[in-house]
Ligand binder design. Structure first.
Ligand code: TYM
Length: 331
């Protein structure tokens, strides 16, 4: 069976973009792949995290993933820092990846902005750690949202250069699995900005723990324009906020954006937002309720993560030990 690896940063509560771009896909892929899902706490600290909050978000995310349908018995769910193989392989990859490759990473440029000199060195080498996450398991398929595509191309460059430099066929090439709709969900306050769990405005995103009232309020307040919905997607071209709400509807109803417009063309945002609220609440609110229940038993969550880390370790250890041998470390 082919192996999947994917990760999410415990830097906040997962939002609708994480769900549609990644988590929902993870749940469905469990039927056909051997899956390893990781709470990437080492990636999270590339920007400042309050230690208590990081611990809290890691546990909450574990609960959310289980509530959303991740099966931690059949598959593996763990937190990254619990398996030291990630850091060891990341160091080797720091020495394989070229500075020029990292300079091209758009996510670093977006996050660091103009104040590049004052960001952590960890943020700069973030994609090397991501390559290590995946290749420590020789995973071949990686379900992610659109924003991670460039990082996966870098992962393939690193694998190729490692194989070339050490004259081996050791690391595989990886294939991104990006959903056809909703690969990039935008902020509810600004249709040109990605929805993000670290955006300072909680109104910009729907969190997976939001209840029905919170979801309804956020959708009611979502930025829109005053024109009614158009007949076809060409009519959405210069209307990023409208396009985003239509994409969310399409992804959750499992229909195309064209079909959504067929059903709602000519409608103003009042009735469309009401229909959207219903569909979002039906998908998200049950996850929040189950998360609350799971969070009452923290020792169960800790045990689940611990068992996942042990199983992850037993896969990664021989692979990373072999990579260390290949580079010439005395064993
Ligand atoms: P993170 O925590 O930013 O996001 C987790 C997943 O959610 C997707 N995503 C989105 N999809 C659609 N619309 C959005 N607005 C949106 N926001 C986030 C992301 O594409 C991602 O799939 N670097 C990764 C974590 C990571 C990882 C890995 C992923 C670390 N190691 C190895 C895959 C394989 C990240 O920042 O995730």
């Amino acid at each position: 069976m082919q192996r999947i690896f994917s990760g999410i940063q415990p830097s906040g509560v997962p939002q609708l973009g994480n769900y549609l771009g990644a988590i929902r896909n993870w749940v469905n892929l469990q039927a056909n792949y051997e899956c390893i899902f990781c709470l990437v706490d080492m990636h999270a600290i590339t920007v400042w995290q309050d230690p208590e909050k990081l611990r809290e978000h890691t546990l909450t995310q574990a609960a959310i993933l289980l509530a959303a349908g991740i099966d931690a018995d059949k598959h593996i769910l763990f937190n990254q820092s619990a398996v030291s193989a990630h850091a060891r392989l990341a160091w080797i990859f720091n020495c394989v990846a070229r500075i020029g490759w990292l300079n091209r990473m758009t996510q670093f440029k977006d996050k660091a902005g103009k104040d590049r000199e004052n960001h952590s060195a960890g943020l700069y080498v973030y994609p090397n750690l991501m390559a290590a996450d995946i290749l420590a398991y020789k995973a071949t398929h990686v379900p992610v949202g659109e924003d991670q595509k460039q990082h996966l191309e870098l992962t393939n460059d690193i694998a190729q250069k490692f194989n070339h430099d050490y004259k081996v066929e050791f690391f595989p090439q990886v294939e991104p699995l990006i959903p056809p709709t909703a690969a990039r969900i935008m902020s509810l306050r600004d249709g040109t900005k990605k929805m993000s769990k670290s955006d300072p405005s909680a109104q910009s995103r729907i969190e997976l723990t939001d209840d029905a009232d919170a979801i309804a309020l956020k959708i009611r307040r979502a930025k829109t324009d005053s024109a009614p919905l158009p007949e076809d997607i060409v009519g959405l071209a210069d209307r990023p906020e409208a396009k985003n709400l239509v994409s969310i509807y399409a992804a959750l109803a499992d229909i195309s954006a064209e079909q959504v417009l067929k059903q709602h063309a000519g409608q103003g945002f009042g009735p469309f937002k009401a229909a959207l609220t219903e569909i979002v609440v039906n998908a998200i609110a049950p996850i929040g309720l189950e998360t609350t229940r799971l969070l009452q038993d923290k020792s169960y969550l800790l045990k689940t993560l611990h068992s996942g880390a042990q199983r992850a370790q037993s896969i990664a250890e021989p692979i990373v030990s072999e990579a260390e041998k290949l580079v010439g470390f005395l064993k």
